[in-house]
Ligand binder design. Structure first.
Ligand code: NDP
Ligand code: 8X3
Length: 257
């Protein structure tokens, strides 16, 4: 089995949900972590916890992935001993709103496209050249079931995740001939802050998304991400679609009450 021990793992969106769980799972497996998000206070707390429990070496980056210049500068100025990133987990992302396209909020669209698509591209563009140079590395993108089939009112979020899927596929093709691996993990319903963010802090509405079913947990996803990363080096898991047992498609769920 490939080991992630002492590997440098860069997780975007590590201040919450799936990204924070990935940080924990990779810390337990002995990795060194670069954790990025805008809410660096949360990253500080997480880093202290990981250091206390696992002795993990953590570097924190206060980073807005939408800021192209900030992404380039922050990554270019990493200290020498943190520059050789082995695993990039492109997780930072969000949804905003659930509206018919013709009634949608254009600011919401901009935010999703800027973070989920352009942000992921900026980070990838900054990190992957080093991987190619070293002929070693792994990019794991967090897509979504939403990227495989659009659902009513999901329009732009679904489009952003469809773009992640195309980018993952294209990147894998472009890296063919190198030893750099590319994976995508596409979850269905995972209970995180995702729906709070989608509904602009309307927590009652957010809770209803997961009502009367057992959603995935962020740990369920981190476990799969770590599984992808720890396969032998000749094994590239290209894509994983994972849903709760009570979900079939983005629109079909059973709520047992
Ligand atoms: P959370 O809201 O709990 O976490 C989102 C993370 O993304 C936070 O750490 C947030 O950090 C970060 N983030 C958002 N925007 C930016 C930005 N501009 N710059 C840097 N970091 C940013 O949601 P999840 O954990 O659920 O979401 C993680 C990923 O999983 C997303 O890409 C999401 O689309 C995807 N996903 C989620 C599913 C779900 O049902 N929850 C299902 C399928 C996919 P901060 O705000 O501190 O910057
Ligand atoms: C998050 C899952 O179905 O809410 O990507 O879009 S869904």
């Amino acid at each position: 089995m490939g080991s992630v021990k002492d590997r440098i793992v860069f997780v975007t969106g590590a201040s919450s949900g799936i990204g924070a769980s990935c940080a924990k799972f990779f810390a337990e497996a002995g990795a060194k972590l670069i954790l990025a998000a805008r809410r660096s206070d949360r990253l500080e707390t997480l880093a202290a916890e990981l250091h206390r429990h696992h002795g993990t070496d953590v570097r924190i980056l206060k980073l807005d992935v939408r800021d192209r210049q900030q992404v380039a500068e922050t990554l270019a100025t990493l200290p020498q001993n943190w520059q050789e990133i082995d695993i990039l987990i492109n997780n930072a992302g969000l949804s905003r709103g659930l509206d018919k396209l013709h009634e949608g909020n254009i600011d919401d669209w901009e935010e999703m496209i800027d973070a989920n698509v352009k942000g992921l591209l900026y980070v990838t563009r900054a990190v992957v050249p080093g991987m190619v140079e070293r002929d070693r590395g792994h990019i794991i993108n967090i897509g979504s079931i939403a990227g495989r089939h659009a659902y009513p009112n999901g329009n732009v979020y679904c489009a952003s995740k469809a773009a992640v899927r195309a980018i993952t596929q294209g990147l894998k093709q472009d890296l063919l001939g190198t030893s750099v691996r590319v994976s995508e993990v596409d979850p269905g319903l995972v209970e995180t802050e995702f729906s709070d963010v989608r509904f602009h802090g309307d927590t009652e509405r957010a809770k209803k998304v997961y009502e009367n079913l057992t959603p995935l947990t962020p740990d369920d996803i981190a476990d799969i991400v770590l599984f992808c990363a720890s396969r032998p080096l000749h094994v590239n898991i290209s894509e994983v679609l994972v849903v709760p047992t009570e979900q079939a498609t983005a629109t079909q769920v059973v709520r047992r009450g």
